[in-house]
Design a protein around this ligand. Structure first.
Ligand code: AMP
Ligand code: GLY
Length: 429
């Protein structure tokens, strides 16, 4: 099988690493990829649909796996399908589960999927009146409807903060058209867990759970980021809880999407809050998480390519494939090394050293590359999140120690990373 992975981050590096070692895969290319990837890369813009189609034909690609949400939101999967080409990732209509929070909330309401109480507002006046009415209490959550690069959500401790979030999104248009509508939500309490499945439009295979660390500083302080590290599986995810999530969330979502004529095919990322009233959906993503993919994929003992291919052909059921399971209760911890300035304007061009030491001295450690580029013989920083250092081990304690030992060997000017990735897993364990 010849596979194209679209995207350029550590998530795509992890996908390429996993797929590239599987017997069914005899050719793998990542586009545009990055300079740190070992497998082949090709200069191709995933948002340039015509160029992707030409590349897939010319390179005789059997399956295109789409990493990020933006090309899916623009209809790349629709186009590839229309051309008779296999793609793993949802259509534009199905991708609305991520690209429109208003769509996702209304959809969940239609299908009785547990989520926070909400109101969709089409104008700032309407939103401010709803905030002042107190229907969500004093603390509430304000979300720009569309894609806002992870910056569109404000958890407001009081009404004044909520009102200024509404003005920023709807009047100042800080996120462009993504703020044409906002969703107001009740504030939920509880630990956050992500759960992933591979869906073929009707059937699905569960992957593992994970927990992300979104804030830049230890103890979940400071501004939000794309994710500073993750661990998998979440010790909170018992068999009973997983069964409940599949029954009350995953299955009604897939049935509902199919029933509405927009079957969901791809990675379904369920961002959940475990509240006193049970698990509730905070958000859906229509692709794998970053950095969650980097910690989940190294735990999968079964090959991924046959699953993705079966899903792309809507034949996950009856394929005889079973859900991948982690080996003897292995734990995975991934620490993101970020550039100077992140999550604001990251600085480029800082020389990265120590990668060869990690490769030589750290067994069971993988380094997935994201914001890196080549300069002469060096790799230098070229983006906010630069590397994800992942360790797998028989316990979280050992995985944490291994990940940080490896991270300590890597250096670049201005390097920032959290020292507490995985600590939550220990406190739960
Ligand atoms: P999102 O971009 O939708 O993932 O939201 C970003 C973060 O905001 C989430 O990871 C949660 O920590 C928080 N959040 C979103 N919605 C809620 C809610 N209804 N209650 C509490 N926290 C929330
Ligand atoms: N780590 C969060 C995300 O991928 O959206």
């Amino acid at each position: 099988m010849r596979i194209l992975v679209l995207g350029s981050g550590a998530r795509e590096h992890a996908l390429a690493w996993k797929l590239g070692q599987e017997p069914a895969v005899d050719y793998l290319v990542c586009a545009p990829g990055n300079a740190g990837m070992q497998s082949g890369v090709a200069p191709l813009d995933p948002l340039d649909t015509d160029a992707v189609v030409r590349f897939v034909r010319r390179d005789r690609i059997d399956l295109t796996v789409v990493g990020p949400e933006a090309p899916l939101g623009r209809g790349l999967a629709d186009r590839l399908q229309a051309e008779g080409l296999r793609v793993f990732g949802p259509t534009k209509a199905a991708a609305q589960l991520e690209t429109s929070k208003a769509f996702a909330k209304d959809f969940m309401q239609r299908h009785a999927v547990p989520t926070a109480r909400y109101r969709v507002c089409g104008s700032a006046d309407e939103a401010i009146a709803a905030i002042r009415s107190g229907e969500f209490g004093d603390a509430l959550v304000v979300k720009a409807d569309g894609l806002a690069a992870g910056k569109g959500v404000v958890v407001a401790p009081d009404r004044a903060t909520a009102e200024s979030a509404v003005r920023s999104a709807m009047v100042d248009r800080s996120f462009g058209d993504a703020g044409a509508r906002v969703v107001l939500e009740e504030l939920l309490q509880g630990p956050e867990v992500s759960f992933f499945v591979i869906a073929d439009g009707e059937n699905y295979v569960p992957l593992l759970s994970a927990q992300d660390h979104k804030r830049i500083f230890d103890n979940d302080e400071g501004p939000n980021t794309g994710g500073m590290g993750a661990f998998s599986p979440s010790p909170l995810m018992t068999a009973a809880l997983q069964e409940q999530i599949e029954r009350d969330i995953v299955q009604p979502v897939l049935r509902g999407m199919a029933g509405e004529g927009t079957p969901f095919r791809g990675f379904l990322y369920c961002g959940l809050m475990l509240t006193a009233d049970g698990p509730k959906v905070i958000e859906f993503n229509v692709r794998f998480g970053d950095p969650e993919a980097q910690v989940v994929l190294p735990l999968l003992v079964e090959p991924l390519a046959p699953l993705l291919l079966a899903a792309s052909e809507a034949r996950l059921s009856g394929s005889g494939l079973r859900a991948p399971e982690p080996g003897s209760r292995r734990a995975s911890v991934g620490v993101v090394l970020a550039a100077h300035g992140y999550p604001g304007d990251p600085r480029s061009g800082d020389v990265i050293t120590g990668l060869a030491d990690v490769a030589r001295d750290c067994p069971d450690v993988l380094v997935f590359h994201a914001g890196v580029k080549a300069r002469g013989a060096d790799l230098v920083t070229a983006g906010g999140r630069v590397l994800t250092v992942v360790a797998t081990a028989p316990s979280f304690e050992i995985a944490i120690a291994r990940a940080y030992e490896a991270a300590g060997k890597i250096r670049f000017e201005g390097m920032q990373y959290r020292r507490d990735i995985g600590a939550k897993a220990l406190s739960i364990d």
